[in-house]
Design a protein around this ligand. Sequence first.
Ligand SMILES: [Fe+2]
Length: 388
Amino acid sequence: MLVQFLTIALFHALPAWSLIHWLPVPAGPWLWAVIAFFSTQVFLLIFGRDVAFLKEGTAARSVYRLSMLSFVLILNLFLASAVHLLIRGIIGIAAWKIAGTETLVPVFSLALLFVSGGLLNARKLTVRRVSIDVSAFPESWKNRRIVFFSDTHYGTLNGPGMAETLVKKIESLNPDIIICGGDLFDGPKGRYGTTLAILARLQAPLGILAVLGNHDYFYLSRPGSSRELLQRQRSREEMPMGGETRLGAVKKALSWHFLENESVEIDKVIFAGLRPFSIGDEKRAQRFLSELDAEKPTILINHKPQQVEEAADAGVNLQLSGHTHGGPVFPANIVMRMLLKGRHFGTTHHGKMILDTSSGSGISLWYPRTAGRHEVVVVEMTSGDNRI
Ligand SMILES: [Fe+2]
């Protein structure tokens, strides 16, 4: 806790110092205003999430949103302060006479504008189309359409309104089959009942398939109250599984086929779904993949864009993933692109297999969204750019 507090405090120190040092405002009240602002941000960052764990309602959700906003805001003010220091360095070396206000105000204004743009961006849901040449598939699959969505994170941040938008968008795309890539729900609190009633309206001629994401696995599969979950998470206690869980209620409300290390054959195509795993379960996932029939056309749904080589070796034709949100905040998107070698978003080729990673359909822990867009992916099974 102390390390977390010190890290956060240090992160706030540079923008706070920049405001106090470069702006010619009378020291007394201005100093206190800056201290009050940044102290509130620190408080929100550390405790905002806990409020959403323990309380239900609009006020708790607003505190949670503010705490998320606080993180991205401070991140951008920190980056703006660093850029500003660089600018002041150049001005110093060149011996130009430019006041601090004339440089700090435009740089901080740009940062605030950037964050505001992220707020608007987070409200949009776009459609991304991927064209797949399915010569390896039975003839009946030509011109069929898979609608894939992932990472809705319904709960505290994304409510029934966003579920309504998603359902209407998917309905407008006339899918033959709908696939959910996991992280459907997030957090122990949220308007689960209302959201489930909206999602239950989804229909497709060939059915709806889903896998669980790490957030579903964490929050839905464990019994216990929100307070118990929070306490166990804090003390890093082992979380018990089994008993009556939220996942049971979700499965009861939705007539979706949840694939947990299992596969289902639909019109001579295998749809395989991996369970999100932690250390120790990895071998089980690898064994599951190695047991797939390499002769049959196969689509793998794996929440994380992982096991890609194993899936390609197992003869999987197409892997659909999510989890990364495409790196929803600058500069995390750049870091993620480097770490995941481009697998963080969009289509990549791995031998004969295609991996498509979605940037997700809902707000994650990163809000506002300052990089990428929320999306629904339409996989058109036709002659196209990507041969499988
Ligand atoms: Fe996610």
